[in-house]
Design a protein around this ligand. Sequence first.
Ligand code: SF4
Length: 728
Amino acid sequence: MENIKITRRGFLKTAVAGAGAFSLTSGLLDFQKWVHASAGAAVTSVPTICNGCGNRCGIFAHVKNGRLWKIEGNPDANGNLGVICPKGHGYLHDLYNPNRLKGPLKRVGDKFEPISWEEAYKEIAQKMNLILLANGPQSIFWVNYPQTNHAYALRLMHALGSPHYFTHGSTCFTARNAGWATTVGELPSNDLSHSRYILIVGRNPAGGIDLGQVKRIAEAKEKGAKLVVVDPRHSETAILADEWLPIKPGTDLAFLLGMINVFVKEGLYDGRFVREKTVGFEQLEEEIVNYPPEWAEKVCEIPARTIVQIAREMAKAKPKALIHRGYHGAFGSQYLNSFQTARALAIANSLLGNINREGGIYFPQSAQLGELQPDHPAPDLPEMGKADGTGVPGRYPLGSYGDGIAHAIPELALRGELKAGFVYHNNPLRTNPNPKRVIAGYKKLDLLVVIDTVLSETASIAHYVLPESFYLERTEAIDTKHSGKRAQVSLQQQAVKPLFDTRPGTQIIIELAKHLGVGKYFNFDIEEANRLRLRSLGVTLENLKKKGVLFVGEKWKEGCGKLNTPSGKVEIHSSTLEKLDFPSIPRWEEPLVSPDPKDPQSFRLLHGKQAIHTHAMTANQPYLMAISQRYDMIRLWMNRERGVRLGLKDGDWVQIKSMVGEGKIRVRLTGGIHPSCVWLPSGYGIFSKHLKTAFDMGLSYNDFLPTYFDPTVGHAMSSEIVVQVTKA
Ligand code: SF4
């Protein structure tokens, strides 16, 4: 490992000053020379978007003499309200990181050799066209972590006739989205700052950091709101809470059913809302008698009196009371019962009458960008369905067609159904379950092209690697991510010249399309496309370039109109689920696997983010890794009493073993975790030897997770892991 020494004083100075971006190694740009040459130089400010994680916060990049000086938050941006997190400050230093890719690469035997862009495009196109000819368009795919330019990646796949566009959704949020969509028609937001009572179940916005949400929670608390956090671990958000309820993992559904039972039995729900805006309350009344709080206590280990107390307090604060809509944890994609948990959570919110109400759950305003047609006609949609079975009855009927089931790609490759693929801003070898199987699947492909900024695990096995410019070096597609009480558009703009022979992602997509023979759908550049897509919104690209973010469209209005469900109402009873033969009213469902309560070495393995890392993307960032090490953060959390029973002391090395993997890590003994589980911070366990700072530091939960597909949505069920933990 490359050791970067950084003093506490030096680090704080850097962070507080807005992270002046200096080079950690010599050879790229000489910091000392630059400091002298830059004294007194003018500072240019470029509004742009941080790419340190999927939040895409609005920032200003300040540049001196062509070199990045610092970044600051854009106060107008809905998502971060002017602040930046440690990951954002740390990640910008990767602009000058020597581990970056410096030009296109081609695999020759076991090694990579440099290749020109033109040659790389020609060879990729030749090979891809042969594969298309022999196997048809259904044999190729594209997978990415969603980027602003994902619409152009989708366009490329459609132009080539393939339906196989995937995101990371099946390992992250698809169960949550499907649960909300089945119940209220779409995924809503939380009106945190106006709420008087916030209940968060298995979501950690202060760790899997969402700056806007943390600020809004703090605002609500300053006004007297109560915050209750239900989480097996004392998370960063639990630190902010009035009450932390350490639930037994995998049983959030039981807790919610117990709460719903109290709402119904004690008549605490909003009767008018239920009468006018929901269907299926009678069926719920019949089913919910089975789940009194005393039953829930036995399953989820939260006392019945606490469940009753929370239900009563929330009912008193309604409709300015909400249960957070969730993300990855508890019901995003982690358990067999995640989909039903999301349904129960949506129904519990509805009983509070808080749907599209101030201080409750609301439907955000989103910017609807215009199309490129008629100027640039779109390709026809492919007729064939997705090979992963999303949206197909009998397979994963509630799976998200738009996201697909990306962790099925290795299976499809091993079966010979997928032959070639593009991986963009994604690293499935590290972020998908069961890496041995993922490696086998991706290695089976006849052609693998990876577009990235570093030689990640996935890039390391590619046939071609196309280097993307770092986010501060490129202008990208208009972003509409920051929905809210008023919609926003934002723009990622180039702040500094590319240091190496790299290209922006959209340019790579357009150039690939031209070489692959579908250039007629890509007769534009990103400047023209951005201008065309803004046309209908009444704002100009010039103004957006100046400000970085602009509000568009109407302001949000309170009130629950016709919903996007078959009945137009909140579907407590779902006719869709009834037709598919799934439980149409939420009912208790056990997790798929559970640790053996009699075995002292048996635990459920949980995972979650730390506020300084993003998936596997930032572990190689030397400053962020320095924080991980300084604060001894790369450890497995274990309940202290259980650890002592295993003869462990805080900091001891332990061996973790599941049915698919094993590894060693140091243990953190703490009272802040439920005894039935251990918790592993995600983002570590890097095994690409090219990522020298992060290589072999910590473990990833994916090393222990078997390959699962939930039967409703197809999600990865990433907390359905039982491990044996022993002293190493
Ligand atoms: S949350 Fe942090 S890393 Fe993510 S986009 Fe915002 S500033 Fe960047």
